[in-house]
Design a binder for this molecule. Structure first.
Ligand code: GLC
Length: 714
């Protein structure tokens, strides 16, 4: 019998209360365990969230022991009338025991296959602890580093976002979702949560349908195409409504137009919050709005549990609507094998391999932003001193959104440096430097490990100033006055604005919060064991005042290229700041250099009909390592439609490929651009390719100047 037949049979035996119970998710801890068990016995719970507060990343969410998870599951299977298994969910964002870099840093790898392997490891570790559903990937495109949750997303670019969405979903869900080492994934926060005014969390966003579809929707489309099990609606207001109450966004766009066949879960109490948003007068109306919008499961506020029965009995909610939600939830439970293997069973974990994968991820996430006079890589023969507020830090390096990370596995930067360079001089405590003043005076260079605590980014942790923290800026100025070259290691979650600090640093390695192996990767890169290959997934502004600033902006009437060049007539948008970012999208240095030659495209002209028939523009170039050490390059391909029915971006990433080349080695790189890459949603929300001329750019970041022109005929 296929899944839908099984569901139909089950539905026919379920009472109204049991149907509503499947739509209800609650948290469970030792205090409310008996109450939760009683509800489970009466079939009034469909899922348990393994968290006890609404801003998990900031609060220490105690781990629920696997035997407790199994005890709750046994209660559902053995003591409830129909024995429908519970679905256990937890925020497994970018790691479990072994922790990968924050998702924003993982985007900086521009290495989807590596990220997928990393998420496979996470899924195995979390499944091993009884977790069946994760509330990730977070796919909110963000152009605003003031927003603390930009660390959790995929960056500012839709195309990169689609690639990361695909591999994170496939990493979590595996090749066969019914296997025991998979997690049901959750694309969140639908939709536009990264575009809030001022970067203020839980705030307001106004996004035209044109921009919503061409920018914010793209990663969600990719997740759906990759079979994502669930989608979570966002907290904020979008265009005057809330996603949890918007039938257009959830039922019409997500489920009908995009064909999403899993289930939609609200964010923590985001149904009840419709009241504080002024969209619902009370909890009953909140429940009615949400279920009619297409939100299938209520996370942690019991609006459905308390009011759906009356809403159905009074005819305000049809039984068909209820059945739609129950069916979607049961479908995922069947699809992920919960009826076959409802209990958590031990899965063998290869922890050392997981750590190796985590190390590769952090190696490739870090971005070398500056390397003046090629001061890097260092050699152990050099006299080096290491100081700085995060030199001995562990917890921050794991990142904000880590609930079960094993801090004992984390090496401090100090220990990792000492392991590679035993004679390195280390200050004795974070903000001190006077204790090694004599050594600094004799040193060839000073490593300064800066950064932010895990509580400075993540949910509800926005910043009105994203400049280097004043005390850290003052610190590097003091050290700089000693006349030694400074190597800045930046362990921040979000992009920070470094225009003032940059001149004081000879080299800058952006190390993010890269998880378990942050320290080792920093040491490996500083000493040349690893050649940095990360590229920026978000623009780095010069100062907070430039935000929002992003590479894929359309040409404007007069400051048309402000992101790319400063016009010399002063019309460069600000009196008090240059118009270009400090570091652009896709930027990142290597210890070697790469050249791009023989850029060509075949054919140079195609008709829309040919594109619809699957023909593509095939772009190729010769990529050569012209330096003296092996390195990885992320070759990027950008498109610019010169004239369209809508203002199109000056540059749009349409392809990238990461290649490792030995010195002088040359490889051919190719990009295929077809209908999908040339299309966009027009003013009528139609997915179209329009005839005209297109500039193509291939190079090492969005400033790529190797250009070609292609044309599309009607
Ligand atoms: C939080 C977050 C969401 C998370 C959920 C469950 O408030 O917004 O990303 O998955 O609640 O912890």
């Amino acid at each position: 019998m296929d899944i839908l037949s099984k569901i139909k049979t089950l539905l026919n035996t379920m009472s109204l209360k049991e149907k509503i119970g499947q739509l209800n998710q609650e948290s469970c801890d030792m205090e409310n365990m008996e109450l939760i068990k009683e509800r489970i016995r009466h079939g009034q719970l469909g899922s348990v969230i393994l968290a006890t507060s609404a801003t998990s990343g900031n609060d220490e969410q105690r781990k629920t022991p696997t035997d407790i998870i199994n005890e709750l599951q046994r209660t559902a299977l053995k003591e409830s009338p129909l024995g429908i298994p519970l679905l256990f969910g937890r925020d497994v964002i970018h790691g479990h025991k072994t922790v990968l870099p924050i998702p924003l840093a993982l985007s900086a790898t521009f290495h989807p296959e590596l990220v997928k392997t990393g998420y496979r490891c996470i899924a195995q570790e979390a499944a091993n602890d009884g977790i069946q559903w994760t509330f990730a990937p977070m796919l909110d495109i963000s152009r605003d580093p003031r927003w603390g949750r930009c660390i959790e997303g995929v960056g500012e670019d839709p195309y990169l976002g689609t690639k990361m969405a695909e591999v994170i979903v496939k990493g979590f869900q595996g090749d066969n979702p019914a296997d025991k080492d998979t997690l049901a994934a959750c694309a969140k926060h639908y939709i536009g949560y990264g575009a809030m005014d001022g970067g203020r969390d839980y705030g307001q966003a106004e996004i035209s349908d044109y921009t919503l579809r061409n920018i914010y929707l793209r990663p969600f489309q990719s997740a759906i195409k990759s079979g994502v099990a669930t989608v979570m609606t966002a907290f904020h207001e979008l265009n005057g409504t809330a996603p949890s109450a918007s039938r257009y966004l959830v039922h019409d766009l997500l489920k009908e137009e995009l064909g999403f066949d899993g289930f939609v879960v609200s964010d923590w109490a985001s149904i009840e919050q419709l009241i504080s948003q002024g969209i619902a007068r009370d909890r009953q109306q909140a429940a009615e709005l949400a279920i009619k919008a297409g939100v299938d499961m209520d996370m942690s506020c019991r609006c459905y549990a308390d009011y759906l029965e009356e809403l159905v009995n009074t005819g305000r909610i049809s039984m068909e609507t209820l059945h739609e939600s129950v069916t979607r939830i049961l479908y995922i439970k069947y699809k992920f094998g919960l009826f076959e293997h409802p209990y958590s069973t031990h899965i063998p974990i290869n922890s050392s391999r997981h750590r190796e994968i985590a190390k590769s991820c952090s190696d490739e996430s870090m971005v070398l932003l500056k390397n003046q006079n090629h001061i890097l890589p260092l050699s152990p023969q050099k006299r080096i001193v290491a100081i700085g507020p995060l030199l001995y830090e562990k917890r921050a390096l794991l990142g904000n959104w880590v609930l079960d990370g094993d801090e004992e596995q984390v090496s401090t930067v100090a220990n990792a440096l000492k392991k590679i360079h035993p004679n390195i001089i280390l200050t004795s405590s974070p903000y001190l430097w006077e204790d090694c003043l004599p050594d600094i005076r004799k040193a060839d260079a000073v490593i300064v490990v800066l950064g932010e605590s895990k509580k400075m980014s993540g949910e509800a942790n926005s910043l009105a100033h994203v400049e280097l923290p004043p005390e850290q800026f003052a610190y590097i100025k003091r050290i700089h006055a000693l006349g030694k070259p400074l190597i800045g290691v930046m362990c921040f979650g979000r992009p920070i604005a470094m225009e003032e600090a940059e001149p004081y640093l000879e080299a800058i390695l952006y190390a993010w919060h890269c998880g378990t192996c942050t320290g080792e990767s920093i040491a490996s890169i500083l000493y040349g064991e690893v050649n940095p290959s990360g590229k920026l997934p978000m623009t780095f502004p010069r100062c907070t005042g430039q935000i929002p600033i992003y590479y894929n902006h359309p040409a404007s009437s007069r400051h048309e290229y402000f992101y790319y060049t400063e016009t010399d007539n002063g019309a460069n948008t600000y009196h008090d700041c240059r118009s270009t970012p400090l570091y652009p999208f896709g930027y990142g240095l290597s210890y070697t250099q790469f050249s791009y030659r023989n850029l060509s495209v075949e054919p140079s002209c195609l008709s829309i009909k040919e594109l619809l028939a699957g023909k593509t523009f095939r772009i190729s170039a010769a990529l050569q390592n012209i330096g003296n050490c092996t390195g990885k390059e992320v070759a990027q391909c950008y498109l610019h439609a010169r004239a369209s029915s809508m203002a199109r971006p000056l540059r749009e990433l349409k392809g990238f490929v990461k290649k490792e080349l030995a010195p002088l080695e040359e490889q051919q790189i190719t990009f295929q651009l077809g209908y999908k890459e040339l299309a966009f949603y027009n003013a009528q929300s139609k997915w179209v390719v329009e005839p005209g001329l297109f500039d193509l750019y291939v190079g090492t970041d969005c400033y790529a100047s190797n250009a070609l022109v292609i044309s599309v005929k009607p």
